[in-house]
Ligand binder design. Structure first.
Ligand SMILES: [Zn+2]
Length: 60
């Protein structure tokens, strides 16, 4: 019920144009069981990075 949960109700949205059509350029592992995804918007070409936590890999 947090604000973040509401923001991501439809998944990841381009911050520039607000569309949800994008594709992943690459995925890289990060420290702490997280992964970074580099994405590019299909509408405006805006590139952005999202950070996600892999299920089952969260420690302490
Ligand atoms: Zn866009």
């Amino acid at each position: 019920m947090s604000k973040d949960a509401k923001e991501y109700k439809w998944g990841i949205v381009c911050r520039r144009c607000g569309c949800r059509h994008h594709r992943t350029l690459y995925t890289r592992p990060r420290a702490g069981g997280k992964i970074a995804r580099r994405r590019i918007c299909r509408e405006c070409g805006h590139e952005f990075t999202t950070y996600e936590v892999l299920p089952g890999s969260v420690k302490g």
